[in-house]
Write a protein that binds this ligand. Sequence first.
Ligand code: GUN
Length: 293
Amino acid sequence: MATLIDGKAFAATVRNKVGQAVSALKAEHDLLPGLAVVLVGDDPASQVYVRNKGKQTLETGMQSFEHRLADTTTEEELLHLIEQLNHDARVHGILVQLPLPAQIDSHAVINSINPDKDVDGFHLVNVGRLATGAPGLVPCTPLGCMMLLKNQIDDLTGANAVIVGRSNIVGKPMGALLMAQHCTVTTAHSRTRELPSVCREADILVAAVGRAQMISGDWIKPGAVVIDVGINRIEGEGGKTRLVGDVDFASAAEVAGAITPVPGGVGPMTIACLLRNTVQAACAANGIAFSLD
Ligand code: GUN
């Protein structure tokens, strides 16, 4: 049976370290890190995320700014708000919750954020920094996956890493992070030929394809470390919905060396990394060396 990778517990330790860093910044530098979260519209899932972000930001001692805008908001209005946040010295991190309503061009909005406040790491400047190995802000979910992996494996050098999924939010940045750790990286996706046999080559398998329980135990190399980024709602017993990953957990856990569960694996790491990125941005803005170790 595989070792269970407890992302929930790991995220709690990251939040504790963030809280300690925030206390030290206040005491030693009179600096209070601040995160602004912008929600446009009333998508129920986004509302839950935004509430949790605000709550956890306050719990670590940081300042939280929430901006909730109507779903009829124009792109110009949103760009105007971001311009204000870019110039607000109390705000070190800006996150615009995605998806945005159809009348707003998400790319234009993301790229209007000051890259040094872009705690999502989605701005083209941060994408370029990550791709070229320059310091910058790294997208939260792949950063969380990387922390879990490094906690599991001392040295990733030379490992075969297969990512299933090529999104800008997870798959592509995950590839860059794994390459930076000297892995041999394959980015596969739903249209990859012979996908099961590609996955079977993986010492590290990252599932971020968005298809419920697609990856079963017979796709997994014995002893591999499996990181499941998927969050899919399926109908369970008695008509109740339940959350499952992109990996079929029961069969995969019989073959893998270690595996993240859903829920309680990668999910909790995302907000923890957002808080971490906010501290990083606050330190960088004030010329303070940053480390959370
Ligand atoms: N919506 C779903 N995931 C994310 C994320 O990581 N960042 C933002 N801003 N919106 C999201």
